[in-house]
Design a protein around this ligand. Structure first.
Ligand SMILES: [Zn+2]
Length: 236
């Protein structure tokens, strides 16, 4: 059985399959993984922004309270100046003390809120920096993917040309069988384990007649293809 041309064709087809798998699956998957990295970094920025906004609102709330109480104090002072009655003076005095206590509490709250705000700001800065780093890294990955894609496409063209040249050398009957089998099985031609009578494509033990046919084909150049009764692969 002479199938050297068919085996050469199978080898090129194997290369072509690998290249196309890279184009259709591996490279798009690498791109998706890079996109996911960037999306994760962006999510972290969003979360840090939300946390920082919350801390800022808390700070602003104490700031407004502090300003309100300071205004109350000023009003109470102005009020006291225009008063002559003891009772009105005492009331203005009380108002001033209340406002002063409120302002002191707000000031303490403000200091605490400021302390809490600092780490969220730092976290936000870090998240933004990490996002910028990821953008650069991901852009490099995209560039590498594009470069690789161009290389694989060029290589595919070369393999296709070699393949087309090889097709002409394969006997017509072998080529027909191979082309049909290729749709469902790969590789199409596999070594036959003569000692154990096993097709290495499907790993099933074959009847002795298959081993006999393979041994016969080994010695007979014009013998027809021997195929596996189980999976249909060409046995070599
Ligand atoms: Zn088989």
């Amino acid at each position: 059985m002479d199938i050297q041309a068919l085996l050469a064709l199978q080898e090129e087809d194997g290369r072509l399959r690998d290249l196309q798998r890279e184009l259709k699956t591996l490279l798009p998957n690498r791109r998706k993984a890079a996109q996911a990295r960037l999306a994760a970094a962006r999510e972290k920025v969003k979360a840090a922004e939300a946390e920082n906004l919350q801390a800022s609102k808390e700070y602003d709330r104490f700031l407004r309270q502090f300003q309100r109480d300071r205004d109350r104090m000023a009003r109470a002072e102005r009020n006291a100046m225009g008063q002559t009655g003891a009772r009105a003076l005492a009331a203005a005095d009380q108002e001033h003390r209340d406002a002063s206590a409120g302002a002191a509490a707000a000031e303490a709250g403000l200091a605490e809120a400021d302390k809490n705000r600092t780490p969220t700001e730092r976290k936000l800065d870090e998240a933004r920096q990490a996002e910028a780093d990821e953008e650069l890294a991901v852009q490099e990955i995209y560039d590498a993917i594009e470069a690789r894609k161009a290389l694989v496409e060029a290589e595919s063209e070369k393999v296709k040309a070699r393949r087309d040249a090889l097709v002409a050398e394969v006997p017509a009957a072998q080529l027909r069988y191979y082309d049909r089998l290729k749709l469902t099985r790969w590789p199409c031609a596999v070594p036959y384990n003569r000692a154990e009578g096993v097709c290495t494509g499907c790993n099933l033990v074959q009847p002795p007649s298959v081993t006999q046919a393979v041994l016969h084909a080994d010695k007979t150049p014009d013998a027809p293809l021997v195929t596996c009764p189980a999976c249909g692969r060409i046995l070599i």
